[in-house]
Design a protein around this ligand. Sequence first.
Ligand code: SF4
Length: 590
Amino acid sequence: MNDLIEIRSLHPNDLEALMRDLGQPRYRTKQVFQWLGRGVASFDEMSDLPKTLREQLAGRCVLSLPEVVRKQESRDGTIKYLFALRDGNSIETVLMRYEYGDSICLSTQAGCRMGCIFCASFDPEKSRNLSAGEILEQLLAAQRDSGRTVSHVVLMGTGEPLDNYDNVLTFLRLLTHPDGLNLSMRHVSLSTCGLVPRIRELAKLRLQLTLSVSLHAPTNEIRDRLLPVNKKYPIEVLLPACRDYFKETGRRISFEYALIDGVNDSMDCADKLAVLLRGTPVHVNLIPLNAVEHSTLRPSSKEPVRRFQNRLISRNINATVRRSLGGTFPLPAASFGGRETRGRANMRAWGMTHPGVVRESNEDTYTIWVSDDGRRGFFAVCDGMGGAQAGEIASQLAVEAFCAGMEPLKAGAFTMRTAQKQIQQAADDANKSIFTSAKEVTDRKGMGTTMVAMACNCFSVTVGNIGDSRAYLADENGLRQLTEDHSLVSEMIRRGELTQEQALRHPSRNVITRALGVEDSVPCDLFTLETKQGDVLLLCSDGLTGDVSVPEIYYEAYQRGEPETACTRLIELANTRGGHDNITVVLVVF
Ligand code: SF4
């Protein structure tokens, strides 16, 4: 067996030499290479080859597909495979379904020797390089098993791809060969913990793949503790290599940053990271760490993750949060098990507003728009202030400015990359319009409004917030407030002067510290998140949260399972609890 040629690792040039050796005409090379790319598991499946050639090939070469040892499938189409290799080693592969197609996360080594302390794949004893064919066969076996076609590849599974440089490069050539799978290099992402000489070598090839660097810390002190490779290639060596990579290839680098509770998730770390990356076109991918058995490291909770992201964004660093999933077998290492579970977007939304039982008029306003195919949408809730008429006008002006700002999204000409800018611009326009109107008309003095707004494209959501109207995410883990209130009592809670309970009854509970229209410019909190099928987003004014508890909201919005009538029920509930304020609810179901 050891002397057999592993045919799937052969580039067409080498295959041609083999065919020559076997006395075959040149056209056989293409024929065989095409069969190999189709994922056959034996030479017998190459039905248009003469039997004698199939026998010759079987005598000289080895051809098989890895065996599926374990398979876990989630309802959104993510499949996690554990494959057995020919030598008994096992590797993990994850097939994911996205809006843009099926993506696969491949392993490049069996066990990894890099020793990142948060990683379940570290196993120097079992570590060995996978051949180009073995890397490719994960994809072929997953396609064959699932009946799906992979359009994107990420090298983020077990192993450090640049530690297996030659085989990975051969794999890339096989993957992108026009006679084979013919995948675009732009659809390939390669993740490294930072092997600087290899990054520099790769840069010279000017491949159009995405390089993803596991940074995870803004200082050597922290990074040394997390990734032993940092002792050899510290940050001051790694980052210039990344900048040069960008200069050579024109491809923006993606930095992975796993947020670990109390280790690298402070605002100081965010500030240092922003300084470190300033001036380089980068994207920071924040990943809540997956807990690893026997490790004391814990993932940061959701609030610090959001704050960290906001801080980077406010420092002009492009940052998104990748959703983290659990898993019962160790997942691809460099991804920390973090993969979204998503299916086809089919967004639906409902909204309702009510004056409540105490107020005579309704100063709340909301807007909902969802495209016919359920893939794009925008939503806003505004809670006006400054008196019945003025508050109503202010919230209406804000919603109008927001809708005008979202017109490009309606036309499909709006990218989520610019969504934050677009929402901030809409908030600026709304602010200007309310501020001017309040100055010009005497009885509108002091008017203003809160605004919580969202733009959604498939499962990507951008949220903007000013004031104390709120956005929540409800999923299988419960109800989580996404936005931070800009109110006096929230400040006091943050300073430890009040509890949540006390805040509900505090005489200043309605004092807002940030609102549209009350100053000549007002910053908007902006952040993005990824949702998945079945998630519910809730936007509401404080009329709801003032009277209805979090468990009740969660039950009505998510657990009860009747989203069509949930808005009505939530408003009824708020009114039965006193209906002290105007109440507005918008529910978005994915
Ligand atoms: S994170 Fe990647 S490089 Fe680090 S030990 Fe795990 S597989 Fe190896």
